[in-house]
Design a protein around this ligand. Structure first.
Ligand code: GMT
Length: 375
């Protein structure tokens, strides 16, 4: 198949999923054309069957506000026409699904371009609900030829929030279990972070308010009072300054390590013992899946799609949003019981391998493409 993929190219789960999907499809012989304003960050080397088409944005003085959605639609038309695309698969509804709809309308006389929209999270649960976007998002979803959501939770939310009548297919996020895997032995990074054999808690996110990174710091504060430990925070975003301030206020500056955006995630995860994801909203929790695949038990909040990923009392623990004491208790429970920790660690890895492995999930997308193209 010839597939056009549009996503946000910067750090963020939806871009990661879209890029990894494109890479896997290309490996299977499909031709994949990424259409976005920049090269997706995980596409950092040449890969056979993958092409990138940059959306150029005109900065004519009259256009005080960027016309990205329109420029994207134009590029979609151009690529779909000249590369003879079978379908456009857009990730994150706003504005990608709307641009794709426009592209399809422009091409309607020459070609029946099919559009698949994958819903990821805040496009449905937060941004899309803003009055200025609600009608647009609803329309763009209804007009897509196919719609997928990354969890059952997100599917239900979409149906209730937008009164969607269209059928939505749940296709979960996936993980390359050969890349994200437990690695034995101590790395120089581990020695650097925890020179005295401290336990390591880790959190990875884009530091937006919905991630509640401050809760991770507060959980760690309780934990470090009982056992020698460190907290590694990976990523960057709007709440980072507040998190740094909180660490200083709690006198944790020498125990909380801010690593910023990192690409060597597997190495960092393999230096860590427990993954924290105390989010206020999380439609899936790809970062938690990456950690589980490396054998890390996950302590999460009970929101969104997290309970579809984390199995309470088996691969980790789930607590109410903001219940710092309980989350800390769960962390301590695992870190002070080696046998239990090891069982949870193996369970976490098995769950990633048994349910979310790339070669289980990618065929679901291929089958869905076939279905939409045949429909
Ligand atoms: O919706 C967002 O916050 C953005 C999006 C992203 O680009 O990071 O994240 C969402 O998509 C990920 C990939 O499907 C999911 O793993 C995240 O749970 C989801 N984020 C939220 O729901 C907050």
């Amino acid at each position: 198949m010839k597939i056009g993929i549009t996503c946000y190219p910067t750090y963020g789960g939806s871009g990661v999923v879209a890029t990894e999907l494109g890479k896997e499809l290309a490996l299977k012989g499909h031709q994949v054309h990424f259409i976005s304003y920049a090269m997706p960050f995980r596409l950092n080397h040449y890969i056979k069957n993958i092409f990138f088409h940059e959306v150029e944005i005109s900065n004519y003085p009259l256009f005080e506000f960027s016309l990205y959605s329109l420029a994207l639609a134009s590029k979609m038309v151009e690529v779909a026409t000249y590369e003879k695309l079978d379908l456009l698969h857009v990730h994150y509804a706003i504005p990608h699904a709307t641009s794709a709809y426009l592209a399809r309308q422009i091409m309607a006389k020459e070609k029946q371009l099919k559009i698949i929209t994958t819903l990821h999270g805040t496009d449905i649960t937060l941004v899309g609900l803003e009055p200025s976007f609600l009608h647009l998002v609803r329309f763009s979803i209804e007009e897509s030829n196919g719609v997928t959501a990354v969890s059952r939770y997100l599917k239900e939310k979409t149906i209730t929030n937008y009164h969607i009548e269209k059928d939505i297919e749940v296709i979960p996020n996936f993980i390359d279990c050969n890349l994200f895997r437990p690695v034995d032995g101590t790395s120089p990074l581990k020695h650097n972070i925890a020179p005295n054999g401290e336990k390591v808690l880790v959190h990875v996110s884009n530091f937006r308010t919905v991630k509640r990174v401050q809760d991770a710091i507060k959980v760690f504060d309780v934990v470090q009072k009982s056992i020698p430990s460190k907290l590694v925070l990976v990523g960057d975003g709007p709440d980072r300054g507040d998190c740094e301030r909180l660490s200083r206020e709690l006198h944790l500056s020498d125990k909380v390590v801010f690593l910023g955006k990192q690409e060597a995630l597997t190495e960092i995860l393999n230096c860590s013992d427990i993954f924290l994801i105390p989010s206020q909203s999380e439609s899936f929790g790809l970062s938690a899946l990456e950690a589980m695949s490396c054998g890390l038990p996950v302590i999460s909040s009970s929101v969104g799609g997290l309970p579809e990923l984390v199995v309470h009392n088996r691969t980790g623990f789930i607590a109410e949003i903001g219940d710092i004491e309980r989350m800390a208790k769960y962390v301590l429970d695992l870190l002070t019981n080696e046998k239990k920790y090891s069982v949870f660690s193996q369970n976490a890895r098995s769950r990633a391998v048994d349910f979310f492995r790339t070669d289980i999930v990618i065929p679901q997308y291929e089958a869905y493409y076939e279905k939409v193209l045949g429909g």
